[in-house]
Write a protein that binds this ligand. Structure first.
Ligand code: BES
Ligand code: ZN
Length: 463
């Protein structure tokens, strides 16, 4: 019988076809009208799990999008258990945003598949699922396997926290593999041992009861759009630091030793910055390298602002209302609740008596940052798995994005958490023309297979 790696190589074309099927489903969790599509994607996954031999079910709770859970415990009570987490929901995408091809018609060119979710994160989900298929089809599975795929990661993960707490026993595993994140180069894998947390805010500024003629009242009514930009501009100083009092109080400093560890990323992240961003010059805290700014330092980002007249032509008004959405990326040991209070208080303190401000934060979306132990045996198994899958030793790094449930896994479950990304950072996650590099998808499957081997060996060695 074939080995699991051989099986995966023989099935390469089928695996890509299956990824394409899932990519055609617009499982956008941030838009309520797409809830049936999220459901359809969940069904696709549960059907495939059952087909390959897992016991699987969809978990639904009122008002939330489905979670898909499957398990195979055939390795026996003495064998180690691996829990894999991924998310199959996606961010919105519209061809009018500037996509070269329709975002939900996966298109193959130049060794890539272009589609919303190809990188973030259906490519990751399918790579893991197909690694499991390869193990079960060949009888090579030496670990028990649990798969948990979320349908609302992009919309705040509100439901999974409780699911993990309520199902602590069922989800118990020796290691939790979170398949997310990205590499600075197609050929250079990373071992991600930290993620930033996140907290999101919405804000409105109002002034006059309705729009006013700017000739009649310009000069004696404070324009809400202007007031909004004044407040937002006051949230950073000229060195790129957030000015909110207390914001940095709890930030865990980067030690000299960690700086050395992270230094392996310096050149990769500088090269990647220039290749990916297209921005004219770097920005941010001058005392920190680019990879430190995005991995180990907190931020406050304006995600959108709106207000006033923006149609064709001109309308000389003082608008009555202005809006902003912004978010903070958090690092250990900042507490989301504390930061929310500090930000909201400071915005009120900055608000002049000439306008009214409302600023809110949705608690269900907040998540703290995490730093994991990169010396744990599970992480070391992960390093060896990348060496087999990519042929290159991964560099240690902390990533700037957020996977909200990771902090809950680390708190509630006993196993080590490891992160295992297979995608390239320039692949357009949350943007236009998102893609997965097909070769990286296949290397991802081989890396996942190598990880099961390494993890089982670790366990038998420990006995
Ligand atoms: N795949 C990302 C998380 C990520 C991005 C990890 C970059 C490492 C590096 C995930 O799908 C995501 O986008 N998460 C959101 C969470 C938010 C909507 C609560 C994020 O980070 O903005
Ligand atoms: Zn995402």
């Amino acid at each position: 019988m074939d080995s699991a790696p051989d099986y995966a190589r023989q099935k390469a074309a089928d695996f890509i076809a299956q990824l394409n099927e899932l990519l055609t489903i617009p499982s956008i969790s941030t838009l309520a009208e797409h809830a049936p599509d999220v459901e359809r994607a969940a069904r696709w996954l549960v059907d495939d799990m059952r087909r390959i031999g897992l016991r699987a079910e969809i978990h639904r709770a009122d008002g939330y999008l489905p979670l898909v859970y499957g398990e195979w415990l055939g390795a026996g009570a003495d064998a180690p258990t691996v829990l894999v987490y991924g998310h199959y929901d996606v961010q919105p995408a519209d061809i009018a945003d500037g996509w070269g091809t329709p975002p939900f018609q996966p298109t193959q060119r130049d060794g890539r598949i272009y589609a919303r979710g190809a990188l973030d994160s259906k490519g990751h989900v399918i790579a893991h699922l197909k690694a499991v298929e390869s193990l079960l089809a060949t009888g090579d599975a030496l670990c028990n396997i649990k798969l948990l795929f979320e349908g609302e990661e992009e919309s705040g993960s509100a439901h999974i926290y409780q699911f993990v707490r309520d199902n602590r026993q069922r989800l118990q595993a020796d290691v939790i593999v979170v398949s997310d994140g990205s590499m600075p180069d197609e050929k250079q894998p990373v071992l991600v041992y930290g993620l930033r947390g996140i907290i999101q805010f919405e804000m409105t500024v109002t002034g006059p009861a309705r729009d006013l003629h700017s000739g009649h009242y310009g000069g004696n009514v404070h324009n809400p759009l202007q007031a909004l930009t004044e407040i937002m501009a006051a949230l950073h100083d000229e060195r790129g630091r957030v000015t909110v009092p207390g914001f940095y109080d709890a930030v865990r400093p980067i030690t000299a030793q960690e700086r050395d560890v992270l230094d392996g990323m310096r050149e990769w992240s500088e090269r990647e910055w220039h290749a990916v961003t297209g921005a004219p010059a770097t920005w941010g805290e001058p005392d920190y390298a680019l990879h430190e700014r995005s991995g180990a330092r907190p931020t406050l980002e304006i995600n959108g602002m709106a207000g006033g007249f923006f149609e064709k032509g001109f309308k000389t008004v003082i608008p009555h209302k202005a809006w902003a959405k912004f978010s903070c990326r958090l690092v250990p040991d900042q507490q989301p609740a504390t930061i929310a209070g500090q930000v909201i208080d400071y915005i009120h303190a900055l608000t002049p008596p000439t306008v009214r401000v409302e600023v809110t934060s949705d608690w269900r979306d907040a998540a703290p940052g995490v730093v994991l132990d990169y010396e744990s045996p599970s992480m070391q198994a992960c390093i060896r798995a990348y060496e087999q899958g990519w042929g290159v030793r991964p560099i240690l790094t902390r990533e700037g994005g957020s996977v909200p449930v990771v902090a809950v896994f680390a708190e509630v479950l006993d196993g080590d958490v490891v992160l295992m990304p297979f995608g390239y950072k320039g692949g357009g996650a949350h943007s236009t023309n998102e893609y997965i590099v097909i070769e990286m998808f296949h290397k991802g499957i081989q890396t996942a297979l190598a990880f099961y081997d390494q993890f089982a060996a670790l366990h038998s060695g420990a006995d």
